[in-house]
Write a protein that binds this ligand. Structure first.
Ligand SMILES: NC(=O)c1ccc[n+]([C@@H]2O[C@H](COP(=O)([O-])OP(=O)(O)OC[C@H]3O[C@@H](n4cnc5c(N)ncnc54)[C@H](O)[C@@H]3O)[C@@H](O)[C@H]2O)c1
Length: 365
């Protein structure tokens, strides 16, 4: 019989306990220990799971319990140092989104994992959710035609973070979904925003990603909205999809609507846009907890030695876009252009941030 994979979770604040519950429920996994700097959080966890060891001593957690894998759910500023220590201790490592605070940190973590033949997975949760998987299926089947643009809004009176702005907190979800649907890395990023509550930490941002062939995506993120909104619209040449993650049963609706321009006309009187209004439909979606699928995928990858769908490279791509968004924010929304890789702007070969183009230059060409 196969030995179950023994896992420990670092960080038991808001999100960590959800990971603890999910890893604990998997058949081929033993959730052995949790580690947190806060005694109060450990006490809370030991009340829920008396059989799971709780430690503040990270050194002992890492080297004294014979763990196979470590899950990191601390604030982003600690991801890099904790993940590096975990990988250097020979543990398969799972990091919450976003992977780290800089692309240089991500690159170093990827190199350590590769050198030591360890699984490195990043929790881009939504890619494992049924609605997003269904959207990808619809897009790949060609049902909506070519994608023209994607618009995403993730807004509410949110949990203000102290170490990252709202783009680093909320936009990773949208970015990971958009890259996955479009299957390519952007050529440019613009971002504007404002810090209304905490100085220098933007609580409202508007980001746009420009892709080849005039495709683009916009991402609005806010901790300062009265209503909670989790909505994405995907506009294709033939149909359009609206994804509302707050709906219980009808999260996706596909609209058979489009507008076309006649290719040729001789007189102005003949010129007419053609509007097509067809049916809309709601695809059936199996209800399941995405985080359970995420956790199972990590354990499966360890057992099979397989590369995760959201590994270090995908984590790095996302952080590159966030870094570019930060650079653009500092330049009042001026575009940050990525260089092209030899193979083109594929998602697996992200470009490096090339330069910030100042607004005047951009306007001039
Ligand atoms: N995938 C998702 O949908 C999702 C949702 C929410 C949060 N997250 C991510 O989860 C991570 C944690 O977010 P949160 O909201 O739970 O944060 P939080 O502040 O509520 O909890 C963090 C916990 O980590 C502990 N901690 C901090 N530094 C530590 C260290 N060096 N060693 C041990 N413990 C330490 C703190 O005491 C705290 O209990 C973040 O990376 C966040 O982006 C992901």
């Amino acid at each position: 019989m196969r030995q179950p994979i023994s896992v420990g979770v670092v960080g038991c604040g808001y999100w960590g306990p959800l990971l603890v519950r999910n890893f604990r429920g998997l058949p081929n996994c033993i959730l052995k220990a949790v580690c947190d700097a806060s005694e109060a959080r450990l006490k809370h966890l030991s009340g829920l799971y008396p059989d799971v060891a709780g430690l503040t001593d990270h050194e002992h957690f890492l080297n004294g319990l014979a763990l196979d894998a470590v899950v990191i759910a601390t604030p982003v500023k600690d991801h890099y140092s904790l993940a590096k220590a975990s990988l250097l201790a020979g543990k398969h490592t799972f990091i919450e989104k976003p992977m780290a605070s800089s692309s240089a940190q991500c690159e170093e973590l990827i190199a350590i994992a590769e050198r030591n033949d360890l699984i490195l997975m990043i929790d881009h949760t939504f890619l494992y959710s049924s609605p997003v998987r269904k959207i990808v299926e619809i897009v790949e089947a060609g049902d909506i035609g070519d994608i023209r643009y994607i618009n995403s809004r993730r807004l509410n009176l949110g949990l203000f973070q102290k170490d990252i702005n709202v783009a680093w907190d909320l936009a990773p979800h949208d970015i990971s979904i958009i890259l996955h649907i479009l299957g390519e890395f952007p050529i440019a990023v613009n971002c504007q925003g404002n810090a209304h509550v905490t100085p220098h930490i933007e609580d409202v941002t508007n980001m746009s990603l420009t892709f080849r062939q005039k495709r683009f995506a916009t991402i609005q993120s806010s901790w300062l909205e009265p209503r909670k909104i989790r909505e994405m619209t995907i506009v294709g040449t033939r149909r359009m999809i609206v994804y509302d993650d707050l709906q219980t049963h009808e999260k996706i609706r596909v609209y058979d609507v489009r507008v076309e321009r006649p290719p040729h006309y001789d007189t102005f009187a003949e010129f007419q846009y053609s509007y097509h209004y067809g049916d809309s439909y709601i695809p059936y979606i199996q209800q399941e907890e995405p985080l359970k699928t995420v956790c199972q995928h990590f354990i499966d990858c360890i057992e099979k030695g397989a590369q995760p769908v959201t590994g270090g490279r995908e984590g790095l791509e996302l952080v590159r876009i966030l870094e570019a968004a930060t650079a653009s924010l500092k330049a009042n929304g001026a575009p940050v252009i990525f260089s092209r890789s030899a193979e083109g702007d594929s998602v697996s070969e992200p470009g490096k941030v090339l330069r910030v183009v100042h607004a005047a230059d951009a306007a001039g060409g």
